[in-house]
Design a protein around this ligand. Structure first.
Ligand SMILES: C[S@@+](CC[C@H](N)C(=O)[O-])C[C@H]1O[C@@H](n2cnc3c(N)ncnc32)[C@H](O)[C@@H]1O
Length: 498
């Protein structure tokens, strides 16, 4: 096609600069600024995933398409593509290439991005590409305008891919760039960097790594799991410290690390999931990512979703449930954790999920650490749990978090037998608290054994006496001795209770 080649060569020569390779052609002496294959691999991955999800070819919009490299590839994969650029020479070349590839469904428009975006209709495009151009839009139209236009776009498309110039590059001083490149994308609920790509040609930019971001309000993306459809998003009330995404049977959490304490919480959570994930229906951990770049540090993980209502919702709705059963199940978790040296620091109705089949699961793992002396409210896993029992038994009366401290035991007295009450108060420091509490509340036989050897011995003597039919002096003395032991024990308990 020598004629075409000549025409193409002339069109290439007319360009202000050649940013991309020419789709399907080698033009002698034309050396593009970027080798685009690295980014093309990312685009293809997302194109394929979304196309599989929607079960059809995609409608693609390429903003600032330059020489149409990505537009033409997307069309080659089957997409119906619109490429736009405000540089007429680019669009002339793109149209020539489109003519050469007449089987592709690709259309090129010469216009400004800021003029075009307001005309986009919801659902008109599935995938939007927007690479290395927003700094120019921001220069001419202002950052806030661009940010608002992108927020609007976020509601109208499935996925946007953005490669962003950074303020830290230091060469776009007049482009109104934000300190944090992610500020361009605040309208999208899920943002992740797919890759950092180097620019090769200009020596002053050779060191620069630009983030290529996946941004969407509809999907989360992970290499190993693909696209996860977002059903709901929960942003922590105090700023976007944590963002939780509910995605079908998967739960995604992004923890933005703002300080050391936050880092500790995120680490505890991951640590817990690594230890207990998959045990007795606890969520399996699929992915953990520690990310750090100039936009900040974040820990991301994906785990199983536990479907159900929080216990707090159930209580607030005034729904009926077996309260002792809830206490029993929650205590079972505490026993399991304690066996392996873990303690939950924030046991509460908002942190427990009540599933449709009546199972209770803990869902906050940030506070599960290796010390029973908590850094949190009440400063003791034990006190907190006793208080939790009170709250579950009398939610109307006691506010979970403002219970006066001594009440945790006094109130409990109303709900358990005097014997149970004394035994709870007498749990020794060297015993496993939750295991012991479980025995006292739910396993009377084991409790009797654990409580005092003396009681079991008296029982054994009395059984023997009834078997042989006579009680000797020696038996009397043995029993009296054991009774003294019990009295001593009860004295200690009374002292502890007063
Ligand atoms: C640095 S190039 C990036 C090209 C391509 N997106 C890539 O990353 O391979 C920026 C392109 O956007 C175009 N452009 C810049 N500002 C624009 C605007 N406000 N509206 C439309 N196109 C614009 C330029 O003409 C240029 O082709």
């Amino acid at each position: 096609m020598p004629d075409n080649l000549e025409e193409l060569t002339a069109a290439v020569q007319a360009l202000p600069y050649l940013y991309q390779p020419i789709f399907g052609y080698e033009i002698q002496g034309a050396k593009p600024i970027r080798n685009c294959e690295d980014r093309l691999a990312d685009v293809k991955k997302i194109y394929d995933a979304l196309s599989a999800e929607l079960r059809r070819p995609l409608r693609v919009l390429d903003l600032g398409c330059a020489q149409g490299y990505f537009s033409l590839y997307a069309a080659k994969w089957g997409g119906v593509v619109t490429g736009l650029d405000f540089e007429a020479a680019n669009i002339d070349l793109c149209r020539l290439l489109a003519r050469e590839n007449a089987d592709l469904k690709v259309n090129f428009v010469c216009t400004r991005i800021e003029d075009f975006l307001p005309t986009v209709k919801a659902g008109e495009y599935d995938l939007v590409l927007c690479f290395n151009v927003l700094h120019w839009c921001s220069k001419f139209s202002g950052f806030e305008v661009v940010q608002a236009q992108l927020a609007d776009l976020a509601q109208k498309i499935d996925i946007g891919l953005f490669e962003l110039a950074l303020k830290s590059e230091g060469i776009f001083q007049d482009c109104n760039l934000p300190e944090n490149y992610r500020d361009f994308l605040t309208g999208f609920s899920f943002v992740r960097v797919l890759s950092y790509n180097y620019r090769h040609i200009r020596p002053d930019l050779a060191h620069v790594k630009r983030p290529l971001c996946f941004a969407s309000t509809k999907y989360a993306w992970f290499e190993n799991l693909g696209l996860l459809k977002i059903d709901d998003v929960l942003v922590s009330p105090r700023g976007a410290r944590t963002i939780c995404y509910f995605c079908g049977d998967k739960f995604v959490k992004i923890t933005n690390i703002t300080d050391e304490a936050q880092y500790g919480r995120a680490q505890r959570e991951i640590n817990f999931l690594n230890t207990f994930g998959g045990q007795k229906g606890l969520p399996r951990l699929y992915i953990t990512i520690n990310e750090q770049d100039e936009s900040g540090m974040r820990i991301i993980h994906v785990r199983d979703m536990i479907a159900g209502k929080t216990l707090r919702e159930k209580i607030t709705n005034g729904e009926n449930f077996d309260r002792w059963n809830v206490i029993r199940q929650t205590l079972e978790w505490m026993v399991l954790f304690e066996q392996q040296g873990y303690y939950q620091g924030d046991v509460g109705a908002h942190n427990l999920i009540y599933t449709d089949d009546g199972r209770i699961y803990p869902v906050d793992y940030e506070t599960i650490g290796d010390s029973p002396a908590l850094y949190l409210w009440l400063y003791s896993a034990k006190l907190q749990f006793l208080n939790f029992i009170n709250f579950i038994l009398e939610p109307g009366k006691s506010n979970e978090y403002t219970f006066p401290l001594p009440m945790y035991l006094l109130n409990l007295k109303k709900h358990v037998t005097p014997r149970q009450y004394e035994r709870i108060a007498a749990i020794r420091e060297d015993e496993k608290f939750f295991a012991r509490l479980y025995e006292i509340l739910f396993e009377p036989e084991k409790d009797a054994e654990a409580y005092t050897v003396a009681e079991t011995e008296i029982l054994a003597i009395e059984r023997y006496v009834s078997y042989i039919g006579t009680k000797t002096q020696e038996h009397e003395e043995q029993i009296a001795e054991q009774q003294r032991r019990i009295e001593e024990l009860e004295k200690i308990i009374r002292e502890r209770l007063t």
